[in-house]
Design a protein. Structure first.
Length: 177
């Protein structure tokens, strides 16, 4: 599926997108903000790329129209099972969303443009009741973008990641009738 905005085309990753993916995804700060292990080699990045391309329910590569290159990604998938147990989500239909964009393209409104288009599609075309999106407490850029889009606090989750306790702030955007 393709979604097009003024400056972006959102489409499924293709094999020849790997070099573009490496250019933005191998950044240490990007990995930290996304909760990924650092990727120090193309082999490290290949596993992540293949996962997003082939195994993730739906992952869009963000193609910047001016260059034709992939500058980020946006994933839509099932809401985590732990969150589905929350009373406010019972009987509702929703999707989970996550995103990342190259540091060279941040603060230009591009991710706002991409997320807005996907939110509209999920609500208007797919009939979702809500969209869930989380961020790590230290990822203020993601927090601010979610607030700007109207996401509201849902819950805080704590989980173990290879012996390290990780905290994630989970937010929700309800479809407005």
């Amino acid at each position: 599926m393709f979604i097009e905005t003024e400056r972006l085309v959102l489409r499924k990753f293709q094999e020849d997108d790997f070099n573009d993916f490496c250019e933005y995804a191998m950044d240490d700060e990007m990995c930290r903000m996304m909760g990924r292990r650092l990727m120090h080699s193309r082999e490290d990045a290949l596993w992540n790329f293949e996962w997003l391309k082939d195994k993730e329910e739906r992952c869009y590569g963000l193609v910047y129209k001016d260059t034709g290159r992939i500058i980020g990604n946006l994933t839509v998938c099932a809401v985590p099972k732990e969150l589905l147990k929350l009373e406010e989500l019972k009987g509702k239909v929703g999707k989970s969303m996550s995103f990342s964009i190259s540091k060279n393209y941040q603060r230009k409104g591009l991710m706002l443009e991409a997320v807005t288009a996907v939110v509209k599609h999920l609500f208007d075309i797919e009939g979702m009741d809500y969209i869930q999106c989380g961020h790590f407490p230290f990822n203020t850029a993601s927090e601010m973008l979610q607030k700007k889009l109207g996401f509201k606090y849902l819950t805080t989750q704590r989980f173990d990641d290879e012996g390290i306790e990780v905290t994630s702030v989970e937010n929700i955007l309800w479809k407005v009738s």
